[in-house]
Design a protein around this ligand. Structure first.
Ligand SMILES: NC(=O)c1ccc[n+]([C@@H]2O[C@H](COP(=O)([O-])OP(=O)(O)OC[C@H]3O[C@@H](n4cnc5c(N)ncnc54)[C@H](O)[C@@H]3O)[C@@H](O)[C@H]2O)c1
Length: 331
């Protein structure tokens, strides 16, 4: 049984806690939050030990086989850095939340430290961990779509938070861009337009064009002024022989052959009910990577993937600021 800790017991930390508690291979033994009450409540709820700083948790000598870092901060990503660096330095595998960081320089430092210490470091890019995404990838790799030409993604939620100009693209779109790369590979160039929503100060709507290294072309529509009855996300893969659509991350998967009207559709493949079910499947894959001692460079949705996505995001911002097509840095 793997002994697991969690740093940051907000809504998402508690979500991770429920997943580890339900997983037959993991046991939640430590919960840590700088807000004492949050750690204490979680400790009581999950039968774990409470800590109020990572330093105190490490000093206690408690055995940790892995630790989630579910802090937040500016653009939902600035608080991950310190606890992640402390844990990695101590040789403890980390599953961080997205964005890996809102600051690319810090993301690079965390990835570099994990590499130096040879420690597993993954990010909760949960949208790709669905039976629907996995089956679509099998279809793509098995040639059922023919040659992939286009990948389109729409992802939107209603988020009225006005915290910073780039909050929407940095906090939400690690998800969408990661799923797109899961199918189309690494991005070479981007071009983007932004729009501020009605009465808003932040760039809450985006349209971005992407050119992948393998020649696939992609498009992202993103918004913090939509969601609700419009749903959450739609992914479309268009190949020379067929087209795939995934609705709401996992709820509906459809294959449309190019030369036949016979559509193949799955509703709630693998029994997944909705977006909430993407957490147990992603955390289950992380627990499996830990217990099978998968090489740090081979774990699914590793921190390096999340860093690459942040580099795409910064390039999208730069494109809008400069009015140019921007080549995405590779590291
Ligand atoms: N993967 C997903 O689908 C998904 C969905 C929503 C949010 N998120 C991400 O989850 C993360 C957490 O979101 P949330 O809404 O739970 O945030 P939150 O602000 O409610 O909770 C964060 C907690 O971390 C604690 N904290 C901050 N710094 C700390 C430190 N150094 N040591 C210990 N505790 C510390 C805070 O006191 C707080 O209790 C964010 O990065 C967010 O982007 C992911």
């Amino acid at each position: 049984m793997l002994q697991i800790g969690i740093v940051g017991l907000g809504g998402i930390g508690n979500n991770h806690a429920r997943c580890y508690t339900a997983n037959k291979y993991s046991k939640l033994v430590a919960v840590c939050d700088v807000i004492k009450e949050k750690a204490d409540v979680a400790a009581e709820q999950y039968g774990a030990q409470a800590f109020y700083s990572v330093k105190q948790m490490l000093k206690s000598g408690i055995k940790l086989d892995g630790c989630s870092v579910t802090t937040a901060g500016v653009e939902n990503g600035s608080d991950h850095y310190n606890p992640t660096m402390e844990l990695l330095q101590a040789g403890i595998p980390v599953l961080g939340e997205k964005p890996i960081s809102n600051d690319v320089a810090k993301a690079r430092k965390m990835v570099a430290l994990a590499k130096k210490k040879r420690v597993r470091y993954g990010i909760n890019l949960n949208h790709r961990f669905t039976p629907a995404a996995v089956k679509a990838k099998e279809w793509l790799q098995g040639g059922r779509l023919g040659e992939l030409n286009i990948v389109n993604m729409t992802m939107w939620i209603n988020n009225p938070n006005e915290s910073s100009p780039w909050f929407h693209i940095r906090a939400l779109h690690p998800h969408s861009l990661d799923v797109m790369s899961y199918f189309a590979g690494e991005v070479d160039q981007v071009q983007a337009f932004f729009k501020k929503g009605k009465g808003r100060k932040i760039w809450s709507n985006v349209q971005a064009n992407l050119l992948y290294k393998n020649g696939v072309i992609g498009h992202l529509t993103g918004s913090y002024d939509a969601g609700g009855s419009y749903g959450l996300e739609t992914l479309e893969l268009v190949g020379s022989e067929g087209r795939v659509i995934i609705n709401e991350a996992c709820e509906k998967l459809s294959y449309y052959p190019r030369y036949s009207k016979e559509v193949e559709s799955f509703d709630h493949l693998g029994g997944m009910g909705g977006f909430g079910d993407t957490f147990p499947s992603r955390i289950g894959a992380w627990v499996d990577d830990l217990r099978k001692k998968v090489a740090p460079s081979k774990i699914d949705a590793k921190a390096e993937d999340a860093l690459k996505v942040q580099l795409v995001i910064e390039s999208i911002i730069k494109s809008w600021e400069t009015g140019k097509v921007v080549k995405v840095p590779q590291k």
